[in-house]
Design a protein around this ligand. Structure first.
Ligand SMILES: Cc1cn([C@H]2C[C@H](O)[C@@H](COP(=O)(O)OP(=O)(O)O[C@H]3O[C@@H](C)[C@H](O)[C@@H](O)[C@H]3O)O2)c(=O)[nH]c1=O
Length: 399
């Protein structure tokens, strides 16, 4: 079951204002945004869509998130989000009610999933007096490859189905000013500054000792995982590895039980201690990244969050069959300005080539790289600001 996050209060505010002014569009704010999300595997699709929905709601918009499997929201967002309505897309009755309820002004299909045809029909026919269909956005995956700048904001006419005659717009998140940017809450940096690491670790019952290096691990099954564990266990600096729930924890446990030299791995002495974490809320996942001296992340959303954390980071990219992820990883390393040590480490961590995994670091240089990248990103508009700007331009016929 999804968390009960239907913000009737905000929906009412929208409805009352509409009655007074005649149109939602006339209000300039409080537009209804319907986001469609299919959970393929892992958590990134939902993680990104949930963040976007919450940021829209915080900005005073009405957001409905359609998701075919909302179960992960139970741990990702146990408190829900005021102003976000979750619609279980696999529930026929919920879909019927939501379609009958209202038509969106902005339709967002995340990662090329086809939105509910009946809602597309309502969207297409929305009368101008009610704000009309303002924009249909195809929100794409994140990449630092050059094609992103070329394709961002391009129109894509719809020829078939209930939306025929309308035009979708590609929206590409990205790392440079000519892309759609990255999701970032307006108060993110201020919250991070106020963060109390010792207090948070204690609240999570993580037995951290002063002087112990903290490393978070969120990964798939990296080929060099056993090598990393062995290195950390042999390092003179003590490390506490905070292993996230799910695939990362299973991968670590498999390494430990398969280890040829288990006496060098945790449980058998050495400098490495391991804490297995429960699934954290997205808010606490951020806290984890803020607390650590080195973050191993994966996929899409955790990469962005690790960039905002400003600590040294290592990315395991989502593997693709045709090895397209090699190009994607290198494009990101180029953008990052990764020093050779970080580049080499990424290649080994992601299983490119035969080089053995070097020891992580130097962490000071990696931190400097991460901070410089964050500064560049902070100087750019965030994804939501860019998305709203595009919608305003489309409404004004200027794009
Ligand atoms: C482990 C953990 C994750 N999370 C959240 C953080 C993120 O929002 C989300 C993880 O998403 P990602 O970092 O993107 O990694 P992912 O590997 O889960 O998702 C991936 O899924 C594939 C299908 C996509 O193609 C990839 O691009 C990528 O998005 O889960 C928590 O909130 N708490 C936790 O304890």
């Amino acid at each position: 079951m999804a968390p009960a996050s239907i913000a009737s209060s905000r929906v009412l505010v929208c409805a009352e204002a509409t009655a007074k002014t005649g149109t939602l569009a006339a209000m300039g704010t409080c537009t209804q945004w319907d986001i469609f999300c299919k959970v393929i595997d892992n958590h990134g699709d939902l993680g990104v869509c949930w963040r976007l929905a919450c940021q829209l709601a915080s900005a005073g918009e009405h957001a409905r998130l359609w998701v075919d499997d909302p179960t992960a929201l139970n741990w990702m967002a146990p408190a829900g989000c005021d102003g976000v309505q979750v619609i279980d897309w696999s529930d026929t009755e919920a879909v019927r009610r939501a379609v009958a309820d209202s038509a969106p002004h902005v339709l967002i299909e995340a990662f090329g999933c086809d939105p509910e045809p009946e809602l597309v029909a309502r969207f297409a026919q929305a009368p101008a007096a009610e704000g009309g269909p303002q924009a249909w956005i195809n929100l794409e995956y994140l990449s630092a490859e050059p094609y992103v700048e070329k394709l961002h904001r391009l129109p894509s006419p719809v020829f078939k189905g209930p939306g025929a005659g309308l035009t979708k717009r590609f929206f590409y998140p990205g790392f440079t000013p000519a892309t759609g940017g990255l999701l970032r809450e307006p108060d993110l940096m201020a919250r991070q500054e106020r963060f109390d690491r010792a207090h948070w670790l204690e609240a999570q019952q993580i037995p951290w000792q002063e002087g112990e290096r903290l490393v978070s691990l969120f990964c798939y099954e990296p080929p060099a995982l056993a090598a990393l564990l062995t290195q950390l266990a042999a390092d003179p600096v003590p490390t506490r590895l905070l292993v996230t729930a799910g695939r990362a924890a299973r991968a670590v446990q498999a390494c430990i039980s398969n280890a040829e030299a288990p006496d060098r791995l945790p449980g058998g002495g050495g400098s490495l201690s391991i804490s297995y974490l429960p699934y954290l809320s997205q808010t606490d996942f951020d806290h984890l990244l803020w607390a650590c001296d080195l973050n191993f992340v994966r996929g899409e959303d955790s990469l962005v969050r690790a960039l905002w954390a400003g600590a040294p980071l290592v990315w395991q990219i989502y593997p693709q069959d045709d090895d397209a992820h090699h190009v994607k990883l290198n494009a990101w390393l180029d953008w990052l300005g990764a020093p050779p040590s970080l580049r080499l480490f990424h290649h080994a961590w992601n299983g490119f080539g035969d080089s053995p995994l070097p020891p992580p670091g130097p962490l000071d240089a990696w931190r400097e790289t991460a901070r410089a990248a964050r500064d560049r990103l902070l100087a750019q508009d965030d994804l939501l600001a860019q998305l709203r700007h595009l919608v305003r331009q489309l409404v004004a016929g200027k794009s």
